[in-house]
Ligand binder design. Structure first.
Ligand SMILES: C[S@@+](CC[C@H](N)C(=O)[O-])C[C@H]1O[C@@H](n2cnc3c(N)ncnc32)[C@H](O)[C@@H]1O
Length: 296
């Protein structure tokens, strides 16, 4: 039977509205920004050939975090040309990215190439065109949920790195409430056969595949929480939007079968997934960053 649930990913306006509220209710952006502003620039200090830095950003979204990384690269490598391949399947998000990039880099241009496609399509295009260009920095931040075989994806992109090149991956932690909820309900929220993404994928899966492939990495924890208190007040607009975002479902409370709705809410409130502080319910959404180097 067809699922009654409609994916939020296919609803640009609904996704944007939910994302905005989700960001407002998220705290702990600071560790993510600290990582990008302090640890990453040191990690990227030795990339490039002194003239240009070639970058590929996979699943770049609207480019918020890309802007920060590009600015940090500018600071670390003044006068070096930044050549940035943006890979993002959503036309809507690419448009937003272009608007931001035009504002931010009009004085000190970055060479942008826009690829409205998935990471796998980009890989196929790269292979078909026999491109030999080597890349200095590849990032895939919260993108590996969307590929069928993350190990193959990481190996392919690692093969594109120039000497001293780096890959940056981020993904939700295995202990996060978000991952625990998705592990419990992925079959109902995202029925097999229709699955194009794997939101329950997490740090443990990435560590396992890197270890199995013998790929060296460094990892960094980035703690964060999401205030989900409003999700437990039926009809609260912010709460409904956050719930839609967490379940990636349009109008989750109204369209999900009662058993699923109750199960998701019960799990989110479980002490294994959240903590309570000053009367607020805070969902654990820790993420980890991984830095991989070029293989010899
Ligand atoms: C959770 S957002 C992450 C955005 C940004 N990287 C960040 O960390 O803030 C995931 C992005 O990946 C994009 N995406 C979805 N499927 C993809 C795929 N198969 N290949 C590349 N990107 C994909 C989505 O459109 C979305 O913009």
């Amino acid at each position: 039977m067809a699922s009654p649930l409609k994916s939020l990913v296919d609803d640009d306006d609904g996704y944007d509205k939910s994302l905005t509220v989700y960001k407002v209710h998220s705290s702990g952006h600071q560790p993510r920004e600290d990582f990008i502003r302090t640890i990453l620039p040191e990690q990227l200090a030795s990339i490039g050939d002194g003239k240009s830095i070639n970058i590929i950003g996979l699943g770049a979204g609207e480019g918020n975090i890309d802007m920060e990384m590009l600015s940090q690269l500018r600071r670390k490598h003044p006068g070096v040309l930044l050549d940035n391949e943006v890979v993002e399947p959503s036309a809507h998000r690419i448009l937003r990215y272009k608007e931001r990039a035009a504002q931010m880099f009009h004085l000190d241009p970055v060479n942008f190439t826009w690829n409205q496609m998935t990471a796998s399509e980009f890989e196929e295009q790269w292979r078909q065109r026999n491109i030999t260009k080597k890349i200095d920095f590849i990032h895939m931040l919260h993108m590996l949920y969307y590929v069928e075989d993350p190990g193959a994806t990481v190996r392919f992109y690692q093969s594109l790195l120039r000497k001293n090149g780096k890959i940056l991956i981020s993904i939700l932690s295995a202990e996060s409430g978000y991952v625990k909820m998705w592990k419990a309900f992925s079959t109902q929220l995202n029925p097999p056969g229709t699955r194009t993404w794997f939101p329950e994928r997490n740090t443990a899966d990435i560590k396992q595949l890197l270890d199995e492939a013998g790929i060296q990495y460094q990892s960094y924890k980035s703690p964060a929480v999401l205030d989900i208190t409003d999700c437990f007040t039926e009809g609260n607009e912010a709460g409904e939007l956050i719930l839609n975002f967490l379940t990636e479902t349009v109008n989750f409370r109204k369209t999900a079968p009662q058993e699923l709705r109750d199960g998701v809410l019960r799990t989110l409130r479980d002490p294994q997934c959240c903590t309570e502080k000053n009367g607020r319910i805070l969902l654990n959404k820790n993420e980890d960053f991984f830095i991989l180097e070029a293989s010899d």
